[in-house]
Design a protein around this ligand. Structure first.
Ligand SMILES: C[S@@+](CC[C@H](N)C(=O)[O-])C[C@H]1O[C@@H](n2cnc3c(N)ncnc32)[C@H](O)[C@@H]1O
Length: 230
């Protein structure tokens, strides 16, 4: 096994597992009811990284692609900390959003997040004019912010053959709405397609996307001067 493969294996199976356990403890103050953690959920290490970024860099407009456990934690953070933040989450699956809505409702969190149900459709902005992304018309109708300072990309699903590049249109679509000191977090940095996507985004944004193994193996790209790049 090459050195890089051994390193990746160690991160995935040992180091990140330990960091996730520690992160779950750090997330305790934000726990409400049982949450539907699964293989599709964001890693606890990434969630702690996101919440630290929201707090330290004083994020005001957050867009998340791919709802789930992450949505519930971010909404709970906004509620508990009494922060004035506009938080949008976009998902393509109506059934999944029903489950998230039910949880948000039970936990009195509905006022802290705006959910957007946008089915996946073909668009010329998609990779090689193939693949599908959220219906831009639907997003455009539900969203009128111009200063996104945190963009979290954990959807649409990209783990099946034929959908590997589904997350590519996120930056081309939201690019003109990003604030100067934005941060873009792309989950699942261990996959070849995400690597290619991050390279394309670098060209579009004129920034560098660093692979961050310790925060759950994500790509992170930032603009402007950040008070603290955790
Ligand atoms: C990578 S997941 C997004 C995960 C989300 N950010 C979270 O932290 O839970 C991408 C998509 O898979 C679907 N999904 C997420 N969790 C799921 C689950 N436990 N079961 C079925 N589908 C799920 C949703 O449609 C979601 O947009």
């Amino acid at each position: 096994m090459a050195f890089q493969q051994i390193k990746n294996w160690l991160y995935d199976h040992i180091i990140l597992e330990i960091r996730d356990t520690k992160s779950l403890q750090q997330l305790m103050p934000l726990y409400g009811d049982y949450l539907p953690w699964s293989g599709a959920s964001i890693r606890p290490s990434t969630l702690v990284y996101i919440l630290n970024d929201i707090m330290i860099n004083d994020r005001k407009v957050i867009v998340e692609c791919g709802s789930g456990v992450s949505t519930l934690f971010i909404a709970r953070y906004i509620q508990k900390m009494g922060r004035d933040i506009s938080f949008y989450t976009i998902d393509h699956e109506s059934h999944w959003l029903d489950i998230i809505h039910e949880e948000l409702n039970k936990q009195d969190l509905t006022e802290f997040v705006q959910t957007i149900h946008a089915p996946l459709v073909h668009d010329s902005m998609c990779w090689n004019n193939e693949h599908k992304w959220y219906d831009m018309k639907v997003i455009g109708e539900s969203f009128n912010e111009t200063n996104i300072d945190l963009l979290i990309v954990d959807g649409p699903p990209a783990n099946q053959k034929g959908q590997e590049f589904s997350r590519f249109p996120t930056v081309p679509y939201f690019n003109s709405w990003l604030k100067n000191n934005y941060k873009v977090i792309l989950d699942d940095a261990g996959r070849p397609a995400e690597n290619k996507i991050s390279k394309e985004w670098e060209k579009q944004l004129g920034t560098t996307f660093e692979q961050d193994l310790l925060h759950g193996n994500v790509y992170v790209g930032c603009g402007g001067e950040l008070f603290y790049n955790i």
